[in-house]
Design a protein around this ligand. Structure first.
Ligand SMILES: [Zn+2]
Length: 193
């Protein structure tokens, strides 16, 4: 699986002064902070969460999304772990060793994957779906604790993410990789990382 590395796409370094992810994780003083996992990812990662970027024209690339997440959302870095652009090129985004910011109240141990496009209106392209398939296969092979795959909307009912034209692809995708579909694999953090 070939994904464009952060160095290759020119990622900005994480901004640890970012207002919404201000500084490093602390169980009491900063539970929302930048959490570098200390437990092995093979145990900790449990659920893949699929998103769309929801912008119609597809003009935003991975750099623009990172800048938006840092400057507008106030996060330390791009919220997702992987980005698949409109022609199916994959990018490493937030390091997998760091908790993402992509799903409300279920970020610890979940992997955020976004496909660029608005799949309420448009359809995911075959090249995007191919790359997603390869990424899921790779992650399931690397991290045996992954048991589930879900849509963002399965966790957070206020969103339609990743869009009506993407949703039908997800359950079959999960089943092809021997994952269960849905949110039941998520484990609430105990902060005993
Ligand atoms: Zn989403």
């Amino acid at each position: 699986m070939q994904f464009i590395s952060r160095a290759q796409w020119g990622a900005l370094p994480p901004d640890h002064t970012a207002r919404e992810e201000n500084g490093f994780f602390h169980p009491q003083h900063n539970p929302g902070g930048w959490l570098v996992y200390t437990r092995p990812l093979t145990e900790l990662l449990n659920t893949l969460v699929i998103h769309h970027s929801a912008e119609d024209a597809g003009q935003m690339g991975v750099r623009e999304i990172q800048r938006l997440h840092i400057e507008q959302n106030g996060w330390a870095d791009i919220g997702y772990h992987f980005v698949i652009d409109g022609v199916g090129i994959g990018y490493e985004a937030r390091p997998l060793t760091v908790r993402g910011v992509h799903v409300r109240a279920a970020n610890t141990g979940t992997v955020g994957i976004v496909l660029l496009g608005n799949f309420e209106i448009n359809h995911p392209r075959p090249a995007q779906l191919d790359t997603l398939e390869q990424l899921v296969a790779f992650l399931v092979g690397q991290y045996p604790g992954l048991t589930h795959l879900a849509a963002h909307a399965d966790f957070n009912e206020e969103t339609v993410c990743p869009g009506r034209n993407m949703l039908p692809w997800l359950r079959p995708l999960a089943l092809r990789h021997y994952l269960q579909y849905g949110t039941e694999g998520y484990q609430m953090p105990t902060w005993s990382q």
